[in-house]
Design a protein around this ligand. Structure first.
Ligand code: SAM
Length: 185
């Protein structure tokens, strides 16, 4: 098994806004979700330069599954290249798939099959949270986990609570500004 020290080192060396406690939470959530659904992978909705992808990708690596990193990288082509480089430096290219596109659209057209874990860190406005969650929720296995970043923002939290109540998801907890929910049915 790969040493977890590898990803911690590369996580620290990769610029970004993800706090270490949130990253550890995501890593643990991904391990728990994937362990309960062997062979099912994960998706990250909003990757930017790949900092949080390193935490989740390392869990996927341990479990021998893939992480799909979905982002439009719309500002500049260079942003996507930075993500690809950072993920490669962390030694995770073999288990991370880069998917360029709009989060909602990719979810609606997803061909990757059911997932154990999804992390949302895309647009944090309420309509986007709702549309993104609705397009991806059906891909989570019952018992799988969806986590959301930046829930300290009232608008983000409203969207998350709205959708998780709609889907009767079980609240698992919050670490830093990341909240996690389990799909019950
Ligand atoms: C906060 S950054 C992600 C940071 C990353 N998760 C981390 O912690 O290292 C948000 C990213 O979401 C992407 N994004 C926002 N809305 C999107 C959408 N509707 N479709 C695709 N990508 C989107 C942006 O391009 C940006 O790279």
């Amino acid at each position: 098994m790969k040493s977890t020290i590898d990803w911690v080192r590369w996580f620290h060396e990769t610029p970004g806004l993800m706090a270490p406690e949130d990253a550890l939470f995501l890593h643990g959530l991904a391990l728990i979700a994937i362990s309960g659904h062997p062979g099912r992978g994960a998706a990250e909705l909003g990757t930017l330069h790949g900092k949080s992808a390193i935490a989740i990708g390392a869990a996927c690596d341990i479990c021998n599954v893939s992480l799909a990193c979905v982002d439009s990288w719309s500002y500049e082509d260079a942003e996507e290249k930075i993500a690809v480089r950072n993920i490669a430096q962390a030694g995770l290219s073999h288990c991370v798939n880069i998917v360029t596109g709009h989060i909602t659209t990719v979810g609606l057209n997803w061909k990757g099959g059911p997932l154990a874990f999804i992390f949302h860190d895309g647009c944090h406005q309420k309509p986007s949270i709702i549309n993104d969650t609705d397009s991806w929720w059906g891909w989570i296995e019952p018992g799988g986990i969806m986590a959301f970043h930046d829930v300290w923002k009232a608008e983000t939290n409203e969207g998350v609570i709205d959708r998780m109540a709609h889907y009767e998801a079980e609240y698992l907890g919050r670490v830093g500004v990341t909240a996690a929910y389990r799909k019950v049915k």
